[in-house]
Design a protein around this ligand. Structure first.
Ligand code: NAD
Length: 271
């Protein structure tokens, strides 16, 4: 659009870093994404959806038991490159190394997905130990902070950071007091950092999932019982990880969300 004569824009429209209207093309063609906890649950699904949209993937994983190799194989089946980087995101040095390895392989980071998290259910507040509290904070808050600070110098205008928050960071969960506290912090971090990085052309958003059927939630059902997990949502069920991943594609791709930053997107089954 051109302004009408005499109605010039006060500010020139910003450059569009990617052709945003090529809807139908791959949404992340040629991009590189680093995903923490990309070996399991939501992160694994995000890795596969990103690969289908044309991105190469660096997966940061912590333990061997989640089968990071299977995720790598699935990404490669989509014709994309994938590297696995073992790291504990609560350790600054590990984060620095993870970013260095990804940048050495791919040259830059276009999308950082801060997603790895620690959670233990504990209905009795008095039972929460300091050690448990430390691990929750160090993984969920320090981890996101370290990864973002290490990655930003390698991100160009048009890049995006997506933090996995949680509905517990909005409403709080009585069985997850410390975890809820960190998720609320992640939402505030998202809003604050978005303003801080706006001049660099880096967008920062969060996805706030409701209940999702992943290994993070131990099964609550005894043999023969029906699980109550997710029953309090209007949809009366938890999400599958694949129902979260499209929200990450949307927030990662300048084709979809070039004018969206600092937002918390709930994916909560109407909750
Ligand atoms: P998940 O257990 O499948 O994935 C969590 C991942 O984080 C795992 O790969 C785990 O190894 C990794 N991780 C944990 N501590 C780490 C550390 N110190 N360093 C590196 N990696 C570490 O669970 P998920 O449900 O897919 O969780 C993904 C994200 O979604 C988390 O941020 C979680 O808080 C959030 N979330 C999940 C739900 C849910 O109901 N599943 C709801 C709201 C938010």
């Amino acid at each position: 659009h051109q302004p009408k004569p005499g109605h010039e824009w006060a500010i020139e429209p910003a450059p569009l870093y990617d052709a945003p209207f090529y809807i139908g093309s791959k949404k992340l063609d040629g991009k590189t994404a680093l995903i923490t906890g990309g070996d399991s649950g939501i992160g694994r699904s995000v890795a596969l959806f990103f690969a289908r949209e044309g991105a190469d993937i660096a997966i940061v994983y912590l333990s061997e038991d989640k089968d990071a190799e299977a995720t790598k194989a699935a990404v490669e089946m989509e014709g994309r490159r994938c590297i696995l980087i073992k790291a504990d995101v609560s350790e600054r040095e590990h984060c620095r190394n993870a970013v260095a390895v990804a940048v050495e392989k791919f040259g830059r980071i276009d999308v950082l997905v801060n997603n790895a998290a620690f959670q233990i259910h504990s209905t009795d507040f008095a039972e929460l130990t300091e050690e448990h509290f430390d691990t929750t904070l160090k993984t969920n808050l320090y981890g996101y902070f370290h990864m973002a600070q290490e990655a930003v110098p390698h991100m160009r205008p048009g890049s995006a950071i997506i933090n996995t928050g949680s509905v517990t960071g909005i409403d709080g969960s009585k069985a997850l007091v410390d975890y809820s506290m960190t998720k609320g912090g992640i939402h505030a971090f998202t809003r604050a950092l978005s303003g801080n990085l706006i001049e660099k052309g880096i967008r920062v958003n969060a996805v706030a999932p409701g209940p999702v059927w992943t290994p993070l939630n131990p099964s609550d059902k005894e043999a023969g019982e029906v699980s109550k997990f997710g029953a309090d949502t209007p949809m009366k069920r938890p999400a599958q990880p694949e129902e979260l991943a499209p929200a990450y594609v949307f927030l990662a791709s300048p084709q979809c969300s070039s004018y969206i930053t600092g937002e918390i997107l709930p994916v909560v089954g109407g909750y």
